[in-house]
Design a binder for this molecule. Structure first.
Ligand code: G3P
Length: 224
């Protein structure tokens, strides 16, 4: 499955505003902002909300994380095959808040390819973006951890990390798309990201905590 770019990927994380019934409300806000703007919008809810959102909306849904385990005795883990059965469209991997080994990332990227699902590997700097690109996921999303949740947009505070990731990743494989995230919330932030060569954004708190997530999403894509 491939997504139209530019793309907006909203990581629901574990905020109360994006959990339980509110997860579905937020997914519906994404769906309606996506329909109004014509921009692809993707939900990344907690594992327990994936099935419900897939069944009640038409938007692509990614898992926040999948464990590199095989079926069997692994209490508390996220099994690839269970997500597949839930109808999920793909997964984030290696988010700063859920780091993985390179070998485990490679294993899940391979499984997503076999199942024709989307893979988005998160990275924290240019070097890890390069390492991720060698695995040929659909997306590499670079997010300097120190800016996550601060409201200070990476596209304005550390443009060299975005630009550097784009040029190095494209030199490794031009089919891998680069996204950026951390502190992104406004139309100016997203426009700056696109200007730097990113093909979309991965974001969370700026939209999840907004008074009207739908209005915040429409503002986010208003300048591209
Ligand atoms: O996965 C997106 C994320 O880490 C960025 O978070 O709250 O800075 O938009 P935030």
């Amino acid at each position: 499955m491939s997504l139209k770019t530019p793309v907006v990927i909203l990581n629901f994380k574990t905020y109360l505003e994006s959990s339980g019934k509110k997860a579905l409300d937020l997914a519906k806000a994404l769906e309606s902002a996506g329909e109004e703007s014509g921009i692809a919008m993707v939900a990344v809810p907690q594992a327990i909300d994936v099935y419900r959102i897939k069944n009640k909306t038409n938007i692509p849904v990614l898992a926040q994380h999948i464990d590199a385990i095989s079926a069997g005795g692994h209490t508390g883990s996220n099994l690839f095959e269970s997500f597949l059965a839930s109808g999920v469209d793909g997964t984030l991997l290696n988010h700063s808040e859920c780091r993985m080994t390179l070998a485990d990332i490679a294993e899940i990227v391979k499984k997503t390819k076999e199942a024709e699902l989307i893979s988005c590997v998160c990275t924290n700097n240019i070097e890890t973006s390069m390492a991720a690109a060698t695995l040929v996921p659909d997306y590499v999303a670079v997010e300097p951890p120190e800016l996550i949740g601060t409201g200070i947009p990476v596209s304005q505070a550390e443009p060299e990390v975005v630009e550097g990731s784009v040029s190095k990743v494209k030199a490794i494989n031009k089919d891998v798309k680069v996204l950026c995230g951390a502190g992104i919330s406004t139309g100016d932030d997203m426009a700056a990201a696109i200007e730097l060569g990113a093909e979309g954004v991965l974001l969370a708190s700026g939209i999840i905590k907004a008074e009207s997530p739908k209005d915040a999403l429409l503002d986010l894509v208003s300048k591209i």
